[in-house]
Design a protein around this ligand. Structure first.
Ligand SMILES: [Zn+2]
Length: 712
């Protein structure tokens, strides 16, 4: 209040500049000089303006502010004024003004303080609130003065318009050049501009060959991934030109990535075509700029066959089409695929529970034909990284088919039918409503007809209006009737006893059809597609299946950790029994030979082998021959040597010569010994070993050849 009074009383007071505006209250506060010069501004005004901005300081001094109280904010030099978001200096200025620290704000052509109108209006508002003055080369403004305010606002608007025209002019020039194909834009590696700005092949033969090889490999393999693999396998590198940084323009050689191959295949310049406006940049409400790739039809300029190319325009188009097809085949948004041949029940329905992508089916050949595996391999294809998830499909398929058989029970169908009946009851109500609508339309039509008949035919104008109304009413009636009929037919799926019986029969038929060996994989898969929406798989110590049925019901199933393939081969129980008995007397390899001699086969159908017996032993928890002997109190060589108070060498020697009796405990030829009795051999000096033999030699020969002896 006092300040405004000051203003009035001191009119014509301080100096000649702005006679009625600068008051003592203003002078108590600081002056802020905002210096800014954006790149766009420089285009227009050249470098002098910076000096002119600093010269404003002198004006502030002339108005009465001491030099040391004129604060200079110049950290926005070189920033564009299009938005205040990233201009620290402008925000500092706003802060100072709003805190009431500023008596006056100085700036060259103040409207440029903020090109953006919104910023500008806000600053004006703040200056008005805190009673700060504004000064530029043209004059001094008081934001609380209506005329001054209007002038400033107008200036801001004009400056914004100027920016718009400037941009339009620049873009226009750019576009004209682009339309003629003359715009010089960065070229992809392998192409360069010569002195006369014509596009040429890179004279560096190595670069040319690398680019040519890429296109050739793609032509040969027909897949971008295969092209990457080829370069990797052959240890080939691919050139890249640096577009930014200190080494700008330099060529570096590195590994070829899939994204790079795709980039190159999609770049029309390799086909000798010029393009412009392939992307569109939009500023979002949060001030962030986002660039969007446009489809070819929306590019601003595309001129084929303008300069030399590594491939023809036709080949380029062909490549693009091919890539697009492949993208549809392998794309992230790959939808469910129709049932194909092959036994994988859930083909096209499995989703990876780790990354959410669709999983694919791989088959491996086993004893009884093809076995499905469900694989999440998208990341693997893209970046040659390890498979995301991989699990054998047989158990999964079995679990889902069990679930389907269980859910197709008479009880579940009974419920479904009850729901259907309920829906039918609702339809009766809807029918009644629709019937009312028809009656109403009929009434309206009758009324319109009566009105038409009653009018004097000589009154043409009224008659024709009423006739039109009558026609309209008849049309409405017809439409309502048709609609009613359509709904009736759609809704009248009355479930009579016969249909009910058929449906119930289906519940008993389903397992029959499902388990019928004549039902093909394809048909079974069709049934699954009819009943199952999708199945999400996660493998940890067990496999979790999230089955989503059509109609929304979900079931979570878990199945045990997938077994190794040999574990899935089933060995008949009587054979297991026999193995158990034989192991009392024989080693694994010996047991295998005996079984083979007796004409028995492994679960896989082939011959038994020592290691296979070992596996069976471990999975059925049978004890080995060694364990059985040890449990029977048999001693090792070392224990025997200790018991006989001699060395292990001597024990082996006595075994070999028949003085001791040993038992072969495993296929490595390790012997175990019965504890020594009272007549155990002792060391006798001077007595030849050959004379002391007491066991038949052939039983005791230390045999490392795994040769076996047995009774058949
Ligand atoms: Zn995955």
């Amino acid at each position: 209040m006092t300040e405004s009074m000051d203003r009035n009383t001191q009119s014509g007071g301080i100096l000649n500049l702005g006679p009625s505006k600068v008051t003592a209250a203003h002078l108590k506060r600081d002056a802020f000089l905002y210096v800014r010069q954006s790149t766009l501004h420089q285009v227009l005004q050249n470098t002098e303006s910076t000096q002119r901005q600093y010269a404003l300081q002198q004006r502030a001094v002339a108005l009465g502010w001491p030099m040391e109280r004129v604060q200079v904010i110049d950290c926005d030099l070189g920033h564009s004024g299009a938005s205040a978001l990233d201009r620290e200096g402008f925000q500092q200025l706003v802060a100072e003004v709003s805190l009431g620290h500023a008596g006056i704000v100085l700036g060259l052509e103040v409207s440029r303080l903020a090109r953006n109108s919104a910023d500008w209006q806000r600053l004006l508002e703040l200056c008005a609130l805190t009673d700060a003055l504004i000064l530029d080369e043209d004059g001094l403004y008081d934001c609380n003065d209506f005329n001054d305010r209007l002038l400033l606002g107008l200036k801001g608007t004009l400056s914004e318009a100027e920016l718009h025209f400037l941009r339009a002019r620049m873009r226009g020039g750019l576009l004209n050049k682009a339309r003629r194909g003359e715009l010089v834009s960065p070229l992809p590696v392998g192409l360069i501009y010569d002195e006369s700005r014509h596009v040429r092949f890179d004279p560096d033969q190595q670069v040319q060959q690398a680019v040519r090889l890429l296109f050739e490999t793609y032509r040969r393999t027909g897949a971008a991934h295969a092209t990457v693999m080829h370069f990797q396998r052959e240890g080939l590198r691919f050139p890249r030109r640096l577009h930014t940084g200190a080494q700008k323009g330099e060529l570096i050689w590195g590994e070829l990535s899939l994204s790079r191959v795709l980039q190159i295949l999609h770049n029309p310049r390799y086909a000798g075509a010029f393009f412009f406006g392939r992307t569109r940049t939009r500023t979002w409400p949060d001030g962030e700029k986002r660039t969007q790739r446009l489809p070819v039809e929306e590019w601003l300029v595309l001129i084929p066959n303008l300069h030399v190319g590594y491939i023809t325009w036709e080949e380029y188009q062909e490549n693009r089409r091919h890539l697009q097809e492949n993208a549809q085949a392998h794309g992230i948004d790959r939808r469910k695929s129709p049932p194909r041949e092959g036994p994988a029940l859930l083909q096209g329905l499995v989703v990876c529970g780790v990354c959410g992508l669709r999983m694919t089916v791989r088959y491996h050949v086993g004893q009884a034909g093809l076995y499905p595996d469900y694989v999440c391999q998208r990341a693997h294809i893209n970046r040659a990284s390890p498979l995301c998830q991989h699990m054998p499909g047989q158990a999964i398929d079995a679990a889902v088919s069990r679930l389907l058989l269980e859910s197709m029970t008479p009880i579940s169908l009974e419920v479904a039918l009850a729901v259907q009946q309920e829906i039918t009851a609702r339809q009766d109500e809807a029918d009644a409503l629709r019937a009312q609508q028809v009656t109403r339309a009929q009434y309206e039509a009758d009324l319109a007809a009566q009105r038409y008949r009653r009018v004097d035919p000589n009154n043409r104008l009224v008659a024709s209006t009423l006739e039109a109304e009558w026609n309209a009413a008849l049309r409405t009636l017809q439409e309502t009737q048709q609609e009613n009929e359509r709904f009736r037919q759609k809704g009248r799926l009355l479930i009579d006893d016969q249909v009910r019986a058929q449906v119930m029969a289906l519940s008993t038929d389903f397992p029959k059809v499902w388990n019928d060996p004549h039902t093909t994989d394809r048909d079974r898969k069709r049934l699954v597609h009819l009943l199952v929406e999708d199945v999400t798989l996660i493998k940890s110590h067990e496999i979790t299946l999230q089955v989503r049925l059509r109609g929304g019901a979900t079931h979570t199933l878990t199945i045990p950790e997938p077994q190794r393939s040999w574990q899935t081969w089933v060995t008949p129980p009587e054979v297991i029994q026999l193995i158990d008995t034989l192991l009392n007397e024989y080693t694994d390899a010996q047991v295998a030979t005996i079984l083979n001699e007796r004409g028995l086969h492994s679960g896989k159908g082939g011959a038994f082998q020592g290691h296979l017996i070992g596996n069976i032993r471990r999975s059925y928890g049978l004890k080995s021959r060694y364990e059985r002997l040890r449990e029977g109190g048999m001693l090792t060589v070392a224990e025997m040597a200790k018991a006989l108070q001699t060395g292990t060498g001597t024990v082996k020697e006595w075994l070999k010569t028949g003085l001791l009796h040993g038992y072969v405990s495993n296929d490595k030829g390790i012997y175990l010994f019965a504890p020594p009795g009272p007549d155990a051999p002792t060391k006798i000096q001077g007595r030849k070993l050959s004379k002391r033999r007491c066991f038949p030699a052939d039983e005791n020969i230390l045999d490392r050849s795994k040769e076996v002896q047995y009774e058949s």
